[in-house]
Write a protein that binds this ligand. Structure first.
Ligand SMILES: Nc1ncnc2c1ncn2[C@@H]1O[C@H](COP(=O)(O)OP(=O)(O)O)[C@@H](O)[C@H]1O
Ligand SMILES: [Mg+2]
Length: 482
């Protein structure tokens, strides 16, 4: 509307008083046709598009021009009165919109900063073409990098140089992937060497705000979170678990000690007997070399037998963390069955074992899984202790339950588990034995859960108890067992 008015005023101004509108108008009115070319009305009329060059319209245009000419000053005054406040209002509205936009921006920035602060996140931005960067106060706190806008990328170089040498390559690889456009988002945990606080663990999330047409990152931003406390708690938990598991193994082996001593004494006394025989033979004037050779071979094989028993004990007695690798679950079962063999024989327990052929490798820690199975077998032997000598049976079986899990079952012919005990079996210190500690099953459960498996108990249909656990099948990309 304002534009239209301005255009009209412009049109009126084109009709110069020196060109004498009045005569032209009269002339046109007389002839009812186009005005002479040099008159102002004609100029106005010719400014109209061709299709409006109707005689009637031309007349209206001339009348309008005449009206405008006659009331030029009042109209100009009126327009000035209208236009000035209008442009003033527009200016005011514009500056208010700008102010509101600034305010909204500041509010959103403040919200972002508050959120980042609550989440303990340090924020950074890097502009590669401009070679500038920005880090906020929290980022400074975490990394000891000067806060605020920085000219040059030295701060970023400093930050990279302080990434722990063992993690730097991994970190740089991920960063390169983000910058090349091979990944959209960076999410990585690494150690950072803070000059004052020492080593920290940080979780770094990064993204790209602008990329070049080639895909290369031009501007990046991200957040850093100090996860040192969380890492320490995780470590403490795993350390505690390792200590508990170790204590459990020592206790278990204590229970097996007499049977193990017996197992060890057999090859040792065989060695002694063979050595005595060899000594006697050597006293003869012409000792038989072949017989002596056979004796030495026996001594060697008994020595190896004893060494195997000691090795099994040593690996269980060693303190170690849980380190899952692709392993054969049948190896685990074989070692444990060999360990309890002597004890089972002494207690008149018949041990049987069956497994479905072609079991896949599982992802597990050999020693920790041995500990679980050993614990279940010792419990099962305790459970069948009260049965008649010829009815003490324990069966161990292994089969694949689904594509992802292998299940191991230990079934005994004991009295089973009383209903009121079933729900409490895995509680720490729950025991029904006079000399029990009640730690075997809780520790076993922790170990199996650390393997992302499941351990549970049920009563078998024929009366005894059945303890089962699952371990995940090793993925194709798993590490090889050294
Ligand atoms: N095979 C089993 N049959 C019956 N009860 C069992 C069996 N295994 C474990 N239990 C019960 O679970 C309890 C806890 O076992 P565990 O945690 O190994 O501690 P502990 O052997 O020191 O008692 C045992 O005291 C026993 O009551
Ligand atoms: Mg036990």
């Amino acid at each position: 509307m304002l534009l239209l008015l301005t255009a009209t005023v412009g049109g009126a101004a084109a009709v110069s008083p020196t060109q004498g509108v009045q005569p032209c108008v009269l002339e046109l009115a007389r002839r009812g046709n186009a005005a002479p070319s040099r008159c102002g009305a004609s100029a106005l009329a010719s400014a109209w598009p061709n299709e409006f060059h109707e005689p009637g319209l031309d007349l209206i245009a001339l009348r309008l021009a005449e009206f405008l000419e006659r009331n030029r000053w009042p109209i100009t005054g009126m327009l000035a009165i209208c236009v000035l406040p209008a442009s003033l209002i527009i200016g005011l509205l514009k500056s208010r919109a700008l102010r509101e936009r600034d305010e909204a921006f500041r509010t959103s920035e403040a919200r972002l900063a508050a959120g980042a602060d609550l989440a303990g996140l340090g924020y950074y931005e890097i502009d590669f073409p401009a070679a500038t960067c920005f880090v906020d106060a929290r980022f400074h706190e975490i990394c000891d990098i000067p806060a605020g806008h920085q000219q040059g990328l030295e701060s970023i170089e400093l930050w990279l140089a302080r990434v722990h040498p063992a993690d730097r390559e991994r970190m740089s690889d991920e960063r390169d992937k983000l910058h090349d456009g091979r990944i959209d988002r960076l999410s990585i945990e690494y150690r950072y060497l803070h000059p004052v606080d020492g080593q920290k663990w940080v979780h770094h999330l990064g993204g790209v705000s602008t990329r070049a047409a080639s895909g290369r990152a031009l501007r990046t931003h991200g957040v850093l979170r100090d996860i040192t406390a969380q890492r320490r708690a995780e470590f403490d938990a795993s350390e505690l678990r390792a200590q508990l598991a170790h204590a459990g193994r020592v206790t278990l082996l204590g229970q097996l000690a007499s049977a193990l001593a017996h197992e060890l004494s057999q090859p040792l006394s065989a060695i002694l007997r063979n050595a005595e025989a060899a000594e006697m033979m050597l006293q003869a004037p012409a000792p038989g070399v072949e017989e002596l050779r056979a004796i030495v071979a026996d001594i060697l094989s008994d020595d190896q037998r004893a060494a195997r028993v000691i090795e099994r004990l040593r690996s269980l007695l060693k303190r170690r963390s849980l380190d899952p690798l692709p392993i054969d679950v049948l190896d685990v079962i074989a070692v444990v069955l060999a360990l309890v063999q002597a004890d089972a024989a002494a207690r008149h327990v018949r041990l049987t074992f069956c497994a479905t052929p072609g079991l896949p490798m599982v992802l597990g820690d050999r020693v920790h899984l041995q500990q679980v199975l050993l614990n279940l077998l010792v419990n099962a032997m305790d459970a069948v202790d009260g049965s008649a000598l010829d009815q003490r049976c324990i069966d161990v079986s292994a089969h694949q339950v689904d594509a992802k899990n292998v299940e191991v079952r230990v079934t005994d012919s004991g009295p089973g588990i009383a209903c009121d005990c079933l729900s409490r079996l895995f509680e720490p210190f729950f025991t029904t034995k006079s000399t029990g500690m009640g730690m075997g099953l809780p520790v076993s459960k922790t170990i199996i859960e650390a393997h992302k498996g499941r351990l549970w108990a049920e009563n078998g249909p024929s009366g005894g108890a059945c303890f089962c656990f699952t371990v995940p099948v090793a993925g194709c990309g798993g590490r090889r067992d050294p």
